[in-house]
Design a binder for this molecule. Structure first.
Ligand SMILES: Cc1cc2nc3c(=O)[nH]c(=O)nc-3n(C[C@H](O)[C@H](O)[C@H](O)COP(=O)(O)OP(=O)(O)OC[C@H]3O[C@@H](n4cnc5c(N)ncnc54)[C@H](O)[C@@H]3O)c2cc1C
Length: 546
């Protein structure tokens, strides 16, 4: 029993007992979670999260190898969730069609012929279901005895136990703040592509695209095919990133502005009417273009939140777009029986152009998962080191270039974190949240420079001091741009800015969804006390709380 850290709660105080060996032994607190278990609703031999090319290919390969598969995907996402820019930066550009959930389900299935194959193959497909957490028996979670996933349909939450899981959670957009970027009509390229291809519900006619990499050019060409007008492409760098794609767009009449930045999006509550483009280094050279939508394609990043919550080792890999899980060639992560495939393992230009790359990764991960399940490989799991990337086309220098460009155009009212209204000036000055007294001498004396002198810059610390990234979008719009601003201002390599922590639930969920979940009586009976402290919720409530 020694060193196990058990303790027993008796009569409101912890009692420490001596044993025959005179070692201090503490027994379990009957009010803690120790010895109790969660209600598990269902079981999957293989859980696949994400029904994009990687997840669908993985699920199909797994059933071919005789596994029983549950495949979940959060799309179609309901209108209210989309309106909060979750899971992508939709910028209110979804048409009313997304309110028709039944129609959207049909549309998503029609958009990818692999769904029909997956249904026929007997895969248990759950659309409109998000995974909000992944938990295994590890430090801090010793009471979780198996591998479980928290799932939700938005109205209730439940737990599914799995033997192995493949995460194929894709990518999301990197935000870019400039005056007016909070207006309806400014959106991310992943959101725009999703509304265009998967939902057929993109309400946009004249689009300005910011960025010139593979995502920007591929999206612009797809939008043109869908009868949208691309009014211009704006690139902060001296040259375009995807030169072939940009040349094709230029030949089709799209004006391309390099060494430029969007200085402002202009319009009102109804949305965007125009955008101003400025030449970097010459602020008098400005031009206005009429548009109803600005598509931010200056950066995309792997959706790693579930991997991080699951405890997978995360590494910074510039060639693959930033923070990615350490995986081997078959998608094994550092967590036993947890695999990753597709864009969530890293984004390269060839992946953005050809979904087959992600699908091949899904197949490899499924083969490896089947082999691992057959020999119960979870017991002897070796932690993979990150596979080196073969391309250096994206080196993330461009992320710093965009950060410098945004600092050049930002004004006091430009909120990098829209949810918590934190501006670039607030970040650089490490200003306290607006609801606190902001003129205290100690806080006024603080800045990024003074923090950098104290030790390495840490984005979680900045988050706690300023609240940047703490809002309802869970940092999806600001997380990477804050990292880039911190790196640019303190001249710290981006690789040295640590990943800010992700926490479950990785999707914003109403408390009512958790409240609706039945717990075992033994768990519920002590839910209103904390470490035996006399209940703070007992009636009558103290006067100050009434
Ligand atoms: C401009 C542009 C054009 C593109 N055109 C095409 C195209 O024509 N055809 C094509 O197939 N691909 C296209 N792609 C996609 C591209 O090829 C991707 O690399 C590919 O889709 C990656 O597949 P994936 O399965 O890894 O990720 P994705 O396709 O992004 O799929 C990830 C899935 O995971 C789900 N997910 C994420 N987190 C959760 C969670 N917590 N719970 C439940 N579900 C979750 C998401 O809903 C999503 O469906 C395009 C991309 C861009 C940027």
């Amino acid at each position: 029993m020694k060193d196990q850290g058990y303790y027993r709660k008796e009569h409101g105080a912890c009692s420490v007992q001596k044993t025959w060996s005179l070692q201090l032994v503490t027994l379990a607190d009957t009010r803690s979670t120790y010895g109790k278990s969660l209600e598990i609703r269902e079981h999957a031999q293989l859980l696949v999260v994400g029904a994009g090319p990687a997840g669908l290919a993985a699920a199909l390969e797994a059933v071919r190898r005789g596994l029983r598969v549950v495949l979940v995907d959060e799309h179609p996402v309901d209108y209210a969730t989309m309106a909060t820019d979750v899971p992508f930066h939709f910028g209110q550009r979804m048409s009313g069609a997304v309110r028709n959930r039944g129609r959207m389900l049909e549309r998503i299935v029609e958009a990818d012929s692999q769904f029909a194959q997956a249904f026929e193959a007997g895969i248990d497909i759950r659309l409109g279901i998000a995974a909000w957490g992944l938990f295994t028996h590890e430090a801090g979670l010793r009471w979780v005895r198996t591998r479980i996933a928290g799932l939700t349909n938005g109205e209730e939450v439940w737990f599914l136990q799995y033997d192995a899981a493949i995460l194929a959670t894709g990518r999301r957009d990197v935000g870019l703040a400039f005056p007016g970027w909070n207006l309806p009509g400014v959106m991310g390229v992943t959101a725009a592509d999703t509304l265009l291809r998967r939902y057929d519900a993109l309400e946009a006619r004249d689009l300005l695209v910011v960025g010139s990499g593979a995502e920007a050019t591929a999206f612009a060409m797809q939008a043109q095919k869908s009868s949208r007008l691309i009014v211009a492409l704006v690139e902060a760098g001296d040259t375009t990133v995807d030169q072939n794609g940009s040349q094709r767009l230029a030949a089709a009449g799209v004006p391309i502005f390099t060494k430029s930045m969007i200085a402002s999006a202009n319009g009102g509550t109804e949305g965007l009417q125009s955008a101003t483009i400025v030449a970097l280094g010459n602020s008098s050279e400005k031009r206005s273009v009429a548009c109803d939508t600005v598509v931010l394609a200056s950066g995309v990043t792997s959706a790693i939140e579930l991997l991080d919550v699951a405890g997978a080792k995360i590494v910074f890999c510039p060639e693959r777009g930033g923070h990615v899980p350490a995986t081997d060639a078959e998608g094994r992560t550092s967590v036993p029986m947890l695999f990753a495939a597709g864009d969530c393992t890293g984004i390269t230009p060839d992946k953005s152009r050809d979904p087959q790359v992600a699908a091949d990764e899904g197949c490899r991960a499924a083969s490896a998962a089947a082999a691992a399940l057959s020999i119960n490989a979870g017991r002897n799991w070796s932690v993979p080191t990150a596979t080196p990337s073969t391309t250096s086309e994206i080196a993330l220098a461009d992320r710093i270039a965009w950060a410098n460009a945004q600092l050049a155009v930002a004004d006091q009212g430009t909120h990098v974190c829209q949810c918590e209204e934190v501006s670039a000036t607030d970040l650089i000055g490490v200003r306290p949240p607006r609801y606190l007294e902001r003129n205290q001498p100690a806080t006024c004396a603080r800045s990024l420079a003074t923090l950098a002198a104290d030790g390495p810059i840490n984005q979680d610390q900045i988050k706690r001091l300023t609240r940047a990234g703490m809002g309802v979008c869970q940092g999806r719009r600001c997380r990477e741009q804050i990292g880039a601003i911190l790196a640019a201002v303190t001249r710290t390599p981006l690789t040295e800015i640590p990943l800010p922590t992700y926490r479950a639930p990785v999707r914003p969920l109403p408390l009512s969804a958790f409240a609706a979940t039945e717990e075992a009586a033994v768990l519920a009976e002590n839910w209103d006390v904390w470490f035996g402290i006399e209940s703070q919720f007992e009636e009558p409530l103290p006067k100050r709380f009434r």
